[in-house]
Design a protein around this ligand. Structure first.
Ligand code: 6CM
Length: 259
């Protein structure tokens, strides 16, 4: 059972491939991933989270924050989707071969380096949003999990997660091209809940529900009108989460369940 003392660093290390553990980025990956998991699992508390989208099980909250006059509103979304697992959710989010299928804000995506089976470096150029300049991002992406235990209750630590976090890449210096560099820290986390009715028999897709948490902080890196940016986020985040989860449902519906 998870306690305030859960040592996420240790759990993440246990799940990581050797190639990731040996990489110079590892200490940063471990620190950021642990911090993202901790904050994703934290309730909304008394913070100034405002609910700005509610659509069935999907709820999206934001805090209005500006840094140097730029909107950097943290986003926290929760969702529940029947029929998919946390592992499947994070698989389709992490692996580059699916990205163009579901990422609506993408112009181009390049794998800069595949460090390991569970860590990839990306350069992405996003679609231009009028009247601001086009944006790009360089980030590492890490896929991790804490194994399922007997007790798949909500407070047990089992989960799958993909974390994306900006990193400077000498091969792709910021503002080297026409784009303004954005800085992002994002986690997509999924916990699989199995209906007690499935006990003692083969689990069917109807018996599983994925509890999803998605948190994002994006710094637009340069001038972008606040009102336009907030309007873009209000439209794009729900669109992303609905489209992406529908995509995972469609891709997995006839496949064996991957717990
Ligand atoms: O998490 C998401 N996608 C991941 C894989 O692509 C990745 C990407 C994050 C980038 C999100 C920023 C896109 C918005 C770019 C426009 C910025 C400002 C323009 C100025 C407008 C006035 O982690 C899903 C991302 C869903 C994005 C809404």
């Amino acid at each position: 059972v998870q306690t305030a003392q859960t040592n996420w660093g240790e759990l993440i290390r246990a799940a990581a491939t050797n190639a990731s553990l040996k990489h110079t980025y590892w200490p940063e990956i471990e620190r950021v991933v642990a911090e993202q998991i901790r904050s994703a699992r934290m309730g909304l508390g008394k913070g100034a989270w405002q609910l700005f989208v509610e659509d069935g099980e999907m709820k999206m909250y934001r805090r209005e924050v500006e840094e140097d006059g730029l909107v950097v509103d943290p986003l926290k979304a929760t969702h529940q989707v029947k029929g998919i697992t946390g592992r499947e959710l994070c698989h389709y989010f992490f692996y580059p071969e699916y990205r163009y299928d579901w990422e609506g804000t993408l112009e181009t995506m390049n794998v800069v380096d595949k460090i390991a089976e569970d860590t990839i470096l990306f350069h992405q150029i996003h679609k231009r949003i009028w009247p601001a300049a086009q944006r790009d991002a360089t980030f590492w992406s890490h896929l991790t999990h804490v194994p399922d235990e007997e007790n798949k209750s909500e407070d047990s630590p089992h989960m799958w997660a993909t974390v994306n976090s900006s990193v400077e890449l000498p091969s792709h210096p910021p503002n080297g091209g026409k784009q303004v560099r954005i800085y992002l820290t994002i986690i997509l986390m999924g916990q699989t809940i199995i209906s007690p009715a499935a006990k003692g028999r083969e689990i069917k897709r109807d018996d599983i529900t994925c509890k999803i948490t998605y948190c994002a902080v994006v710094n637009p890196g340069g001038w972008a009108p606040s009102s336009v940016l907030r309007a873009v986020y209000k439209r794009e985040y729900p669109k992303f989460l609905k489209r992406f989860t529908a995509y995972v449902l469609e891709k997995t519906k006839n496949l064996p369940i991957k717990l």
